[in-house]
Design a protein around this ligand. Structure first.
Ligand SMILES: [Zn+2]
Ligand SMILES: [Zn+2]
Length: 435
């Protein structure tokens, strides 16, 4: 019997961590992330004394943020990943430690140990980690460097999807489950299991049309965006539909954009990427920021849900200007300032953080235009169903575990799969299943 323990990301998005254990007791950890709210930010504790390896699907902190805590003692398992994921994971973990007041049980030493134990694994290469225990990476289509992981243990095959996208973006190729060999069980993300995305091309065109209209009328456009992948995606979309006005990029996204330059093979179209980036003014000094504030152009700035970050430097005058606009380009979690801005037209943000050197207390009713263009990097409900339906299972029980989505998304997705003949559950944190 192979054991699968869910140490996080159950009925929520955050602290992804799945532990696979062989008959002999050898262990493999798939992702080890953090969550941002609540007190318990690290995965559920477990006896990891037989941990033979760790494997990472991608660099978002809900998948990698707690990895350093696995490198705090002398037992240091290899971390299988790829270079672009490791380089960005390191930056994001340091940034997380810098801005958070939560007492994470690790620091520079553990991050350095994590890096020392990293081994780069190419997509499609089967890696042995213990007796009768292997893993293979497959492209996941989510962000540059993202992978799904196939685990082969004691003759059983388990797919861990990680975050997936079956629709191509400008940055990366889409994935398909048709590339996965026959399996015994799948662990699948459910982030947007209950949603339907608008057709991508329409959304891209509308975004650029709206942007150009605002600029032509003398306004500014603020595009708050996640620093990893979404900022670059927004810039590539603007280039694709011939936006020719002024363009600024501010915040952590500038650093991530430079890292992508170093890993062109992780991008779908490196020439388009370079062309789009060549038009962008990277805001790296105060003087440039002043210039960006004065010019009428597009400012793409870190902070996808407007919870602080460089976007705060620009937002006040834009909110008060009826000829300007704020276009949100990612999912807005309930309770975030970005969500409130969309739902109520009010922007409310308060932060007084010494290490971040911030002192904000903003409460403004938006007079500018506010629109939401969700350039998702996750599959929606229909696409997730297609993904699962295209998997090939070795037996009739067709086991599917639904994780990485809120209570309703994971629970409903599992029920829908049961109705289609799958054996499916949305596990709870800390539960162990045997297959
Ligand atoms: Zn992700
Ligand atoms: Zn995720």
């Amino acid at each position: 019997m192979v054991k699968i323990s869910f140490l996080g990301s159950c009925r929520e998005v955050g602290r992804s961590a799945v532990l696979i254990e062989s008959k002999k007791g050898d262990q493999l950890m798939l992702d080890y992330g953090v969550r941002f709210s609540k007190e318990a930010r690290l995965p559920v504790e477990a006896d990891l004394s037989h941990l033979k390896a760790v494997a990472l699907t991608h660099c978002h902190v809900d998948h990698c943020g707690a990895l350093p805590s696995l490198y705090s003692n002398h037992h240091r398992p290899p971390l299988f990943t790829n270079e672009v994921s490791l380089v960005i994971a390191e930056k994001l973990i340091y940034d997380m430690l810098k801005i958070s007041r939560y007492p994470y049980p690790f620091g520079k030493h553990e991050i350095e140990e994590m890096k020392k134990n990293a081994q780069f694994l190419e997509v499609g290469m089967k890696q042995k980690i213990a007796h009768e225990f292997y893993l293979t990476f497959y492209n996941a289509g989510h962000i540059p460097g993202s992978v799904s992981i196939l685990v082969e243990v004691d003759g059983k095959k388990i797919l861990y999807s990680g975050d997936i996208n079956t629709i191509p973006t400008n940055l990366v190729e889409a994935t398909t489950s048709r590339i996965i060999p026959e399996i015994d069980a799948a662990i699948v993300e459910s982030t947007y299991a209950l949603r339907k995305h608008s057709p991508r091309e329409d959304l891209e065109k509308k975004f650029v049309e709206n942007t150009m209209g605002t600029i032509e009328n003398g306004g500014k456009v603020l595009v708050p965006a996640f620093s990893v992948a979404r900022s670059q995606e927004a810039l590539m979309i603007l280039d694709k539909y011939h936006y020719r006005g002024k363009l600024f990029l501010d915040g952590l996204g500038t650093l991530i954009s430079k890292i992508y330059y170093d890993y062109p093979n992780e991008l779908k179209n490196k020439l388009h990427y370079r062309k789009a980036m060549s038009k962008v003014n990277f805001v790296n000094r105060r003087r440039k920021r002043e210039l960006a504030k004065k010019s009428n152009g597009v400012i793409v700035s870190s902070s996808g849900m407007l919870k602080g970050g460089a976007a705060m430097e620009y937002i006040k005058p834009i909110l008060k200007d009826p000829s300007s606009a704020i276009y949100l380009v990612g999912y807005q979690v309930e309770g975030t300032p970005g969500r409130q801005l969309i739902d109520e037209g009010i922007f409310h943000f308060e932060e007084h953080n010494i290490s971040r050197r911030t002192d904000y207390d903003i409460n403004i009713k938006a007079q500018c235009a506010v629109k939401h263009f969700d350039f998702s990097s996750h599959s929606d409900g229909e696409e997730l169903h297609n993904y699962v339906d295209n998997l090939r299972f070795t037996n009739h029980s067709k086991e599917v575990f639904c994780i990485h989505g809120d209570n309703e998304s994971t629970g409903t997705f599992a029920k829908q799969l049961v109705n289609k003949g799958y054996t499916s559950v949305a596990p709870e944190d800390g539960e162990t299943y045997r297959i």
